[in-house]
Ligand binder design. Sequence first.
Ligand code: C2O
Ligand code: CU
Length: 472
Amino acid sequence: MLPVVFAALLAGASLQPAGWAKDLTLPEVVDKNPDPHIVEIDLDARIAPVEIAPGIKTDAWTYNGGIPGPLIRVHKGDRLIVHFKNLLPEPTTVHWHGIRLPIQMDGVPDVSQPPVETNGSFTYDFVVPDAGLYWYHPHVMSAAQVGYGLYGALLVDDPDEHVNVPDEIVLVLSDIGIDNRGQLDSPDSGGSTGMAFGREGAYVLVNGRMRPRMIARSGAPMRWRIVNTAKSRFFQIDLDGQKMTRIGGDGGLMTRPVVLDTLIIAPGERADIILAPTLKPGTELEVLSFPFNRGYGSTEYRSVENLITLAIDTEPPLTGWSLTSPSREIAPLSTAGATPVNIEFTLAQRGDGHFEYGINGVPFAKNHPIAASPGETQVWTIKNSTKWSHPFHLHGFFFQVLDDKGQAVQPLEWKDTVNVPLEQTLRVVVKYDDRKGSWMFHCHILDHADGGLMGMVDLGVPHLEHATHGGH
Ligand code: C2O
Ligand code: CU
């Protein structure tokens, strides 16, 4: 038995039944550039009809006509050129979540570029320095536009990464709100209370479909590259006792794998997991997401969601495979001499009764940027004084999360998004390079970001008399 599996693995041959993930295939885009190190594509944003399940249709906001948008695949170190055209009735931009790119390519309206108006275009052009799963989405009226369907995955492969699992699939988790007339939910539903909570769409989607089917052979490994692109929803994935091995996160592989029973992914985060469910041939396993307690009202009226139906084929279980413990060296960032930065996530009720999030009590439109200089290391202490959890996201840089003793959390990994649980404090360490510019940080519950939970790091930007800044 053993040599057969080894031979298959050496050849990179699939261990899964033919067509095992065909219901989950993401559209890809044509690379128009013959240079093997340049990927050059066309991307547009447009309204298009989508059908998320038989009979459940709506006119969604899409990249290239589908939700999610196309899977963009590049290799580490490649140059990615995206000719983007906006065919939506509103201005938009494309933000490349997690990529360490130059500020001019960061997609933040009025900060890194002007918004792309209707029928306008913009060329994004940057080198992709790090392997991992990233994603793209608008940064104009983000909660509305992402909620309407604008998101897609960007997979950066590293040919030198030795993960001996030939069967890999990118899973884009999201949700969408559609009413019984097939109209998209209003992005303002529930007013400022809806904003304070963070609006979730009633239909949960995996690669744009409700409850797709996947076929697997018992005992055969799969690599799931997961991104949570939902505007507010957390996923808490459970495989009914089957173990998952997480080998990586936002910015590629971790220093060593961890075995999990449950996988929690906050909005904006990614997870790289290996699983090899051992089940009786011919049976089915529902991949479930349990309601996650992200604060007041988040579990009371929620139900368990079925993400994927995993059908085990009738072949005898595969034996003789074991994971080669993929790993990578990451040095902990030194916090000695780091500049302390203290921020607090706050929620206030204004005189007119409206809720408003802020950083240190000041909403984004009025808060002052955090100053930083190239090469500087900062330790951020993020205090969440609100009754809701907030996934903190920093543009353009990775950070490491610190534990209570100020040590980097083990196993080490590079993160760009991390959940700051309700009424708790979290510390992260970040070391800036010389990519000067104004880099955003915000909660990735996009209603919260739009509701004020957003700020800016001015890296190497001369500190003038600081006027209030625009943007969304
Ligand atoms: Cu995915 Cu400003 O974020
Ligand atoms: Cu939040």
